[in-house]
Write a protein that binds this ligand. Structure first.
Ligand code: MLT
Ligand code: ZN
Length: 469
């Protein structure tokens, strides 16, 4: 437990505008986005400099008090909730929100952890560049959280995961030392690449306070298609064709019929553009920084060929920005539509794309066996081999009763994923939610190395205790 002396020392580090200690102010920091956990704390710190973060960690490390880094609170896995006994301090990075530099020649920008992702994108746009990380929560998630969780999103196919977009990090270690990796170099082969340890560590090894990010040419031409496909196998074959034909496929997302139906039902401004229903849909987008790039006609020709080959039943290439936005809305609002439809059991799995259709068939059979009347809503980033293999409460069913089947369904789906040598968390991380599962599915050698790293960097175990390892 933090002593009164420690609490007042921490308050003095950040000054009067840098902390919250009243119950009503603290409350929003205690509950995760999915409302799975409810923690407690005596103090939320809101430092506004790396130096303050450093002094906070040094003090907490000496006292052996846990620190829970807190970003935009959009984690699906309870990664930012302090434990229930109130013994941990919450460290919000929200006031570290400066764009320190943008260098359009070097194609880099240095941003602080509390910058909201949409603001990072906007700052890049301001110098006619693209920062390509793009996800549903971009209006509220913070780049520090994206980095710490190595977030995915809808442009991974072309640009990679968050860790692929980073040249270097500034990290405060558990004892307060600062690792400064913000040189902005594309080539630096000088031993271990330390930055990658902290991405995906979810704040368990140190606190990311700033990052040097890669910028790209800004796309000015795009072709966006909504495509009705008969099967996931057809979608996989179509993926290969569109990648080759366009040379710059940035997005390839799979959606089931029920995903479209739920968004039409719950989300305003969404309608089904097709005459006939299809069991599956694909949202595909190709982009290019070349003005006047004939991507639309390339896409149309490739889709025509694919139709002749029986890989699709129908397709619409967006004819206006409004139509393009609507196609995107269908995809991006599926999670929200699913939430409005009632309780759901979520999975965030990946396998090799070539094995995805077979996994989906076996996975669907498992859901049918364990929850015969529940509705499978399997959608997501097919281009990355990553699906949200979610299950929604039966029509008119009782949410609580349905959720009681979650452990059995999770276990069966994740066992199947293990058989397919896939991942039980492709892009949402581990947090608290999947810690036991991580332990179950990782090999003992992997776990031993992870624990050795944790022990080396955080010997007192103060960094986001109880998460990941
Ligand atoms: C998505 O791809 O939409 C999210 O990662 C999953 C979700 O919000 O459930
Ligand atoms: Zn996703």
């Amino acid at each position: 437990m933090p002593t009164p002396d420690l609490l007042s020392h921490l308050r003095s580090i950040v000054g009067p505008s840098g902390y919250l200690d009243q119950a009503a102010d603290i409350e929003p920091y205690l509950v995760d986005h999915r409302k799975l956990y409810h923690g407690a704390t005596a103090l939320v710190l809101r430092p506004d400099s790396t130096d303050q973060v450093s002094r906070i960690l040094a003090a907490c490390n000496e006292a052996g008090v846990g620190v829970v880094p807190f970003g935009g609170n959009t984690s699906y896995c309870g990664g930012t909730v302090p434990n229930e006994d109130g013994s941990e301090i919450v460290l919000s990075l929200a006031r570290l929100k400066r764009v320190r530099t943008i260098d359009a020649v070097n194609n880099t920008m240095i941003v602080e952890a509390g910058c909201v992702l949409a603001e990072v994108q906007k700052a890049a746009e301001g110098v006619d560049r693209l920062f390509p990380l793009s996800l549903g929560s971009e209006g509220s998630c913070q780049i520090g959280g994206n980095l710490s969780t190595n977030a995915g999103g809808t442009a991974v196919l072309h640009y990679g995961m968050t860790r692929d977009l980073v040249l270097g990090l500034e990290v405060v270690l558990a004892d307060g030392r600062v690792l400064d990796g913000l040189k902005g170099l594309r080539k630096d082969n000088t031993g271990y690449d330390l930055k990658h340890l902290f991405m995906g560590a979810e704040g368990t090894l140190g606190v990311i306070t700033a990052a040097s990010l890669k910028l790209f040419p800004r796309p000015v031409s795009a072709a966006t298609a909504l495509i009705a496909v008969p099967t996931p196998q057809a979608a996989v074959e179509l993926l290969g064709r569109l990648r080759t034909a366009t040379g710059s496929l940035t997005t390839f997302e799979l959606m089931p019929r029920i995903g479209l139906e739920l968004t039409v039902k719950h989300i305003s401004g969404v309608s089904d553009p097709f005459d006939a229903p299809s069991p599956w849909y694909v949202l595909a987008e190709a982009t290019s920084p070349r003005a006047g790039d004939p991507l639309e006609s390339i896409m149309e020709a490739a889709l025509g060929d694919a139709m002749e080959a029986g890989l699709l039943a129908d397709a619409v290439v967006a004819q206006s920005e409004a139509q393009r936005q609507m196609f995107w809305r269908i995809r991006e609002q599926i999670p929200e539509a699913q939430r409005q439809e009632g309780a759901s059991i979520k999975h965030d799995v990946s396998v090799m794309i070539s094995r995805l259709p077979a996994f989906m068939e076996e996975g669907a059979a498992i859901v049918k066996r364990l929850a015969p009347t529940a509705r499978l809503v399997a959608y997501g980033h097919l281009g990355d081999g990553n699906l949200h293999f979610n299950v929604t409460v039966p029509v008119g069913g009782d949410g609580k009763q349905f959720l009681a089947s979650a452990p059995a369904i999770n276990e069966a789906i994740h066992d199947l994923i293990a058989e397919y040598r896939g991942s039980i968390s492709a892009e949402h991380g581990i947090g608290r939610l999947k810690r036991e599962e991580l332990e179950h599915y990782k090999s003992s050698a992997e776990l031993e190395v992870m624990r050795a790293v944790k022990q080396a960097l955080d010997p007192n175990g103060i960094m986001n205790p109880g998460k990941v390892v």
